[in-house]
Design a protein around this ligand. Structure first.
Ligand SMILES: C[S@@+](CC[C@H](N)C(=O)[O-])C[C@H]1O[C@@H](n2cnc3c(N)ncnc32)[C@H](O)[C@@H]1O
Length: 254
């Protein structure tokens, strides 16, 4: 998968690309990340990428010409592309959107705004989709672009060391992930649940399933509304003392 990040601060992304799983994905060829400096496409000798807003008002707006040239160049390097403007006004980013992008065969062109944002004509004529990473305002789109690169990359085949590990992540099955423990088996007087030491895979799997649902019920009850359970699963939950207050599918919750 190829990511093209268009930004006036390419150095901003260099450090996170040098660490951990993302570094390994780059080295192994699962992803390519091309950082492009929008300033290189400025038309004037001062490499201006922003200007005052027509009609007056606060702050500066990113000029259309350098952005248009940067997007055109990035597009020309792709067989097929999806141009995303990072924006607090966009579709709210979540694990489903990450999975959708990871499945796509297209190169992702991530356009990072700064200042008061980009000239509206760029959004209207050059952008396939706006994505927001949450209802808060960042100083620029670079962190949001990195969030997308990071979360999409770990879903690509072969990127995570342990196949199937993303499958059990929080949100991947609708709810939260089960709690996890590592050695020592007793820490400051607190033992790990005994079942995890039993070596009985079925019992462990059932305990984890029930614990995950219990966690979801406690921390994110809103997610339960969209989760459906088979009768067998409801029985496992009941056996572990987890009661949802309804039977059948999540949609029937009252
Ligand atoms: C200071 S913000 C501009 C906010 C704009 N004045 C507004 O009120 O909608 C500068 C840039 O940061 C990025 N940005 C800010 N918040 C974001 C968010 N929640 N998700 C994605 N990108 C964001 C966008 O690229 C935006 O153009």
């Amino acid at each position: 998968m190829r990511f093209h990040v268009l930004t006036i601060f390419p150095e901003f992304l260099e450090s996170p690309l040098k660490e951990g799983i993302i570094r390994r994905a780059l080295q192994g060829g699962s992803i390519e990340v091309h950082l492009s400096n929008i300033r290189d496409f400025a038309l004037d000798k001062h490499s201006m990428t922003d200007d005052r807003p027509f009609g007056g008002g606060e702050g500066m707006v990113m000029k259309p010409e350098p952005l248009a040239a940067a997007i055109r160049k990035a597009r020309a390097q792709c067989a097929d592309s999806h141009v995303v403007l990072l924006s607090p006004q966009g579709r709210k980013y979540d694990q489903d959107v990450a999975a959708e992008l990871a499945r796509s065969e297209k190169d992702l062109i991530l356009v990072c705004g700064r200042y008061e944002g980009v000239d509206e004509r760029i959004r209207q004529n050059f952008i396939d989709e706006e994505i927001s990473i949450g209802d808060y305002i960042l100083t620029g789109g670079e962190l949001a672009a990195m969030v997308i690169i990071d979360s999409v990359t770990r879903l690509l085949p072969g990127v995570l060391g342990c196949a199937g590990s993303a499958e059990y992540d929080t949100f991947s099955r609708g709810g939260l992930k089960f709690p996890q423990y590592t050695r020592p088996s007793v820490f400051e007087g607190h033992p790990v649940p005994e079942v995890l030491l039993s070596g009985d895979h079925e019992k462990i799997s059932n305990w984890r399933f029930a614990a995950a649902v219990q966690m979801t019920k406690e921390k994110r009850p809103d997610l339960l509304a969209d989760m459906a359970f088979s009768n067998e699963q409801l029985q496992v939950l009941a056996d572990h003392g987890v009661f949802l207050g309804y039977t059948g599918t999540g949609k029937e919750k009252n």
